[in-house]
Design a binder for this molecule. Structure first.
Ligand code: S3P
Length: 426
């Protein structure tokens, strides 16, 4: 499917976006192994989180959906049953990596794979710590999905993450739920902490001191009512759209503002963005609030080190903003971008070039000079949701309509994207 996106004269209105993908995955997994019923409101509408729900159902867990509300009947820590067939994680790295932590502790063997993109994503990062805990995992070529996970009685581990990855951290913590004693995860670079917050909400005993997380095994997790905030990574596309298009004035309601994710807003404000945050409150341990964003002149600058790690999902759309900024954008320390749903350094650069935008790539970064003009072009998602959406936003400031091929990829995280884009653009 392709989408034709025309230039916009302004971006305005007030919208409420679907639930956060990261938080929805965690709630679905934890609700399934908690005791009793959980009611999750504003669950992500993206295909990725439905891959997680599909997997949990394959283990005999009842999950009923009513619009964006999901009710899950948890079976307790030991309530999962062996799946009758191989599991399909679709496009979702979060599903396969985080769920593996739970599967490593089950008294049965599970095979889990996914689509072509997922089948190229590295899994040694979870196989290593889970192996140290006692699980037996085999993978295609020793490192790619599908995985065969033979569950075992797990030992606790004291593990230092070799890469900044919330998925790996969560995988080890989920496995740690099943090990007797304290599992410790040390993070050299902090990553999003939705798992730590969610575990506490469900009743686990978890301590976080600086970058050391200690979880007591075999807790009693209890089902509960949960509200998922709107996804800031989805909001990022609309925030950048409003910053780029003259006369824009956009309000986003109920957005997740977890400090580990809202680095995006700090960086944008430091570059001159007019962004206001209103009505901040806490929901299930997560910060939620309203974002007001107005068209602004953006200075640009350098994104590197832990800031790159905190903004990793937003780099595609920030690259677009960078090309229009005063000084351009220099993204460094972004090797992880090469192993996302696509090699995002390559797919960003390819689409920028198609639009006549200069960009210089390196093994772990991309530098985009500022004050460039976007030319109408045929663009491609390359099957990557964030690339489809980032270049839809670039199309709003092109000198004519653009065609996005493979536009349907957006539904991996944000099926309503094009509808809402039409609603807020004029
Ligand atoms: C996620 C962590 C990040 C991010 C992904 C979601 C999560 O991946 O890119 O979209 O929900 O924990 P890594 O853990 O590979 O950095």
């Amino acid at each position: 499917m392709s989408e034709r996106i025309s230039p916009a004269s302004r971006v305005s209105g007030e919208v409420c976006l679907p639930g956060d993908k990261s938080i929805s995955h965690r709630y679905a997994m934890l609700a399934s192994i908690a005791e009793g019923e959980s009611r999750i409101h504003n669950f992500s509408t993206g295909a990725d989180c439905h891959s997680t729900l599909g997997c949990m159902r394959a283990f005999g867990i009842r999950a009923d959906e009513q619009g964006a509300d999901v009710t899950i009947q948890g079976g307790g820590l030991d309530g999962l049953k062996a799946a009758a067939a191989d599991l399909d994680a679709g496009n979702s790295g979060s599903t396969i990596r985080m769920l593996s932590g739970i599967l490593a502790a089950q008294p049965f063997t599970t095979r889990i794979g996914g689509d072509e993109s997922l089948s190229r994503r590295p899994m040694e990062r979870i196989m290593k710590p889970l192996g140290q805990m006692g699980a037996l995992i085999t993978a295609r070529d020793g490192r790619f999905p599908p995985l065969e996970i033979r569950g075992a009685k797990l030992r606790p581990v004291d593990y230092t993450l070799p890469v900044p990855s919330a998925q790996v951290k969560s995988c080890v913590l989920f496995a740690g739920l099943y090990a007797d004693g304290a599992t410790i995860v040390r993070e050299p670079v902090r990553s999003r902490d939705h798992t730590e917050i969610a575990l506490r909400e469900f009743g686990a005993e978890i301590r976080v001191e600086r970058r050391v997380i200690t979880l007591q095994g075999r807790p009693r997790l209890t089902g509960r009512e949960l509200f998922v905030p709107s996804d800031l990574s989805s909001a990022a596309f609309f925030i950048v759209a409003a910053l780029l298009v003259p006369d824009s004035n956009l309000v986003l309601r109920g957005v997740g503002l977890n400090p580990m994710r809202s680095t995006l807003l700090d960086v944008l404000v430091s570059m001159g963005a007019s962004i206001q945050i209103l009505n901040v409150e806490q929901q299930n341990g997560e910060l939620v609030g309203q974002i007001l964003v107005k068209h602004s002149r953006i200075r640009g600058g350098v994104i590197e080190k832990e800031t790159t790690a905190a903004l990793i999902d937003e780099i595609p759309v920030l690259a677009v903003l960078g090309a229009a900024s005063e000084e351009g954008l220099d993204v460094r320390d972004a090797g992880e971008l090469r192993i996302k749903e696509t090699d995002r350094i390559a797919t960003i650069a390819e689409n920028l070039h198609r639009m006549g935008i200069e960009a210089e790539v390196s093994p772990d970064g991309i530098r985009i000079p500022g004050r460039q003009r976007f030319h109408a072009a045929e663009l491609d998602s390359f099957g990557d949701h964030r690339i489809a959406m980032a270049f839809s936003i670039a199309s709003l400031v092109a000198n004519g309509p653009c065609e996005i091929h493979g536009a349907e990829a957006a539904s991996v995280s944000f099926p309503e994207f094009y509808r809402i884009l039409r609603q807020v653009t004029a």
